[in-house]
Ligand binder design. Structure first.
Ligand SMILES: *Cc1c(COP(=O)(O)O)cnc(C)c1O
Length: 355
């Protein structure tokens, strides 16, 4: 049976990306060696890193003065690396979910970290709108897409200070104005690559301004200087990321990724709103187009397990909601196609007819 992969992360990748990565793992570009057994310093690997950086800059229209890094440790390590490198006096955080809260908790280890607003009291079902960002903060941290709760900030906010963003789960899903940010980071395993690599886009001149000492491996300048090769980088995940970026470019870039995301979201949310069995879980204006969360309406609550089984029998994978929200979550990252979306909607419609 055909499977439709709605996993929240690691998640669906384009078939071409997996085929190219798998081929390189058997024989890297006709070298007779697997990518897995090659030196990261090999002459034929350097172009992979160079091209990945170049495509990052091209597709996101990254201005001069920014570096693109590929590191280990996941987005979770960035929760501490960001304040380590950027927090001198004070930082401001918008608490929109579990990941944002974790980022804030790490920042508190390094100095004054202020929560400017939070939607925790309503299970993070909306993005707070009225808040004041202190003008003397070193940076304002946001999580653009809240993977667990299904809310998203799909535009650049107004901030009196440079922003820092965790874009783990919506990078490359829309054009962004990188100049508004001092730093953008994310784990690659949602929208960019397989698990194992973390991307960081950092404005070079915001570094070197804190008075504390920074361990070598946690200092962004080490990795800028070393071209992400200070130590051994995750070579296969970087190669996989390069394949995804080529795929995005071939499709028409981030504008086209956005068009597709909006089209998918329109169809799925349209069905959630129409279907008597289901309802969405978050404020309509803050709905994520990457992670679409929904539950059974109260009078049909007891059908939840039945629908899960019904959808699973029709090939749906990974639609169980996060345990803190319950219900269902259809993660529709860049690689999700309308065939998958239509299969999910058809399952929802058929199930409705039975009840
Ligand atoms: C998945 C996720 C993380 C955690 O990423 P790791 O790479 O596992 O550390 C952090 N933030 C967001 C928004 C995520 O979706």
């Amino acid at each position: 049976m055909k499977k439709y992969n709605f996993n929240a992360g690691p998640s669906k990748l384009p078939k071409e990306v997996m085929e190219a990565t798998a081929a390189a793992c058997l024989d890297f570009e006709g070298s007779g060696l697997s990518l897995m057994e090659m030196s990261h310093r090999a002459k034929n690997f350097q172009p992979v890193v160079d091209e990945t950086v170049a495509l990052f800059k091209e597709l996101l229209d990254i201005p001069e003065g920014y570096s693109v890094l590929f590191l280990g440790g996941g987005a979770s390590l960035q929760f501490c690396m960001v304040p380590y490198n950027l927090l001198e006096k004070k930082a401001a955080y918008l608490n929109t979910g579990v990941w944002a809260k974790k980022a804030l908790a790490e920042a508190k280890l390094f100095g004054e970290a202020i929560e400017v607003a939070s939607s925790a009291e309503s299970t993070y079902s909306y993005i707070p709108k009225d808040f004041v960002i202190p003008a003397d903060a070193d940076y304002f941290h946001i999580t653009t897409n809240n993977t667990i709760y299904g809310t998203e900030i799909r535009r650049e906010l107004d901030s009196p200070v440079p922003m820092v963003a965790d874009m783990s789960s919506d990078i490359f899903s829309r054009p962004i104005d990188v100049s508004k940010y001092n730093l953008i980071y994310g784990g690659a395993q949602k929208n960019l690559s397989m698990a194992g690599v973390t991307f960081v886009i950092v404005k070079d001149d915001c570094l070197g301004k804190v008075s504390r000492q920074i361990p070598t491996m946690l200092d962004y300048r080490t990795h800028i200087k070393g071209g992400s090769m200070f130590n051994t980088p995750p070579t296969v995940p970087i190669y996989c990321a390069l394949q995804t970026l080529k795929w995005i470019k071939n499709c028409g870039g981030v504008k086209e990724m956005e068009r597709r995301a909006l089209e998918r979201a329109k169809v799925v949310y349209g069905e959630i709103d129409r279907n008597k069995l289901f309802r969405g879980t978050v404020a309509e204006e803050d709905r994520s187009v990457m992670n679409l969360c929904f539950v059974m309406n109260d009078e049909y609550k007891e059908l939840e397990a039945d629908f899960m089984q019904f959808a699973t029998e029709r090939g749906m994978v990974g639609i169980k909601g996060h345990r803190s929200v319950g219900g269902f979550r259809a993660s529709c990252y860049n690689a999700m196609d309308m065939e998958g979306v239509n299969a999910l909607v058809a399952a929802m419609q058929e199930f409705e007819k039975l009840h």
